[in-house]
Write a protein that binds this ligand. Sequence first.
Ligand SMILES: Cc1cc2nc3c(=O)[nH]c(=O)nc-3n(C[C@H](O)[C@H](O)[C@H](O)COP(=O)(O)OP(=O)(O)OC[C@H]3O[C@@H](n4cnc5c(N)ncnc54)[C@H](O)[C@@H]3O)c2cc1C
Length: 393
Amino acid sequence: MAQPATAVIGAGVVGCLVARELAARDPEVSITVFDRDAVGAGASRRSAGLHLPRGATPRTRRMSAFSHAYYADLKLRRPDVPIQPIGATVITDRARGDRLVGRYLDLATPTPVGSVPNHAVFLPEGSRAWRIAGCHYADVYQLAQAIAAELRPRARFLEGVAVTGLGSSGGAVTVYAGTGERFVADFVVLAPGPWLSVPAWQDRVAPLGLRVKKVVALHIEQRPDPTDEAVVFDTDDAFLLPLVHRGHWLFSYSCHEWDVDPDGLTAGLSPADIGAARACLRRYSPTLADACGAGRVFCDAYSPDGEPLVRPLDGTGRIVFAGAANGSGYRLGPAIGSEVVDLLRLHTGSAGPSGSGPRGSGGSPPQGAALGNAVPPGLAPRSEGATGDHQYV
Ligand SMILES: Cc1cc2nc3c(=O)[nH]c(=O)nc-3n(C[C@H](O)[C@H](O)[C@H](O)COP(=O)(O)OP(=O)(O)OC[C@H]3O[C@@H](n4cnc5c(N)ncnc54)[C@H](O)[C@@H]3O)c2cc1C
């Protein structure tokens, strides 16, 4: 019987980043990552992968700053990772005030501009355009695979191995696998993306009040130019993104279909999805709205207060939930990973705040961009002013 010290359940971008952070902070810890499917094959595979340097609450702004620096560092160390810097313009509604102030990080340096660089996009009456810096987008599926490849064999990735049960006793957690095997772990990090209702953890997760929302992005079959930029429609919680590596545009809008089952989303786009997307985009670009006819449909886990959740699920702190990033699991993933390891170290009584421990060569999250964990981050009091029903916090 194998005995991993830490088991990570779910090899999406969050699980992979948790594993990378564990490996970086403790060269000795043994790591096993379980996924019933393949690395990155859940919500991460469908992700638009847009990173915007912003956050609706103080904690998500801290997390965004941390993740921003983390990805910059990763790209510096590994120029081959599928992360592309991109220019972006944000369109705001004058009637709703300067909503960028305080929500975007200082590094975004929002600057008013007279027009949108994309000729197909109009500035509606009463709106204003801002150039922002510090954005990028990633192929999240490929990135998760690249992280897993980097970590192997330091971490074991058990693909095609579903976790069917979790038992906690005697200072350890037993992970029951669909293969019939059992694994004993000192700690388990549960990073299941939108699979919240799996019998193995449903009862532990239910008190967190998480919900699963459908997330839809439309594809526009027009080849973007490498110099094309993203346009963010602030009041609509939507964006237009040139996916140069795939040869088409993507339009992401805010879908409000709740309590969906990730395993039930097999029917593709519905007429309602297409209609809602076109109605949203038509205000800015009738041409592109008419061209929306394909896309990607999946879902993500959302938290009650609009902030990602990093929280112990049992009294001993040996099982920790990580995720529910409200449609922002890519861009806040590194900070989630960091908070998880902070929490585990706290429970083991190991030394040091974020970043102070020994680091492996595999990963080095930025120092100094610390999350400022005066209190355990996952246990931090809920912030005022968080948005409840937003696709992107
Ligand atoms: C269309 C779309 C567009 C998006 N765009 C953006 C964006 O632009 N920017 C952004 O930041 N975020 C975006 N997101 C959100 C982001 O993709 C997610 O928040 C993120 O991928 C979640 O990662 P995760 O690792 O938590 O979950 P997942 O990637 O879903 O990983 C969870 C893993 O758990 C595994 N699993 C489930 N059950 C079991 C089991 N019983 N045993 C073992 N393994 C199991 C699954 O197979 C899966 O691989 C988007 C999401 C969608 C759907």
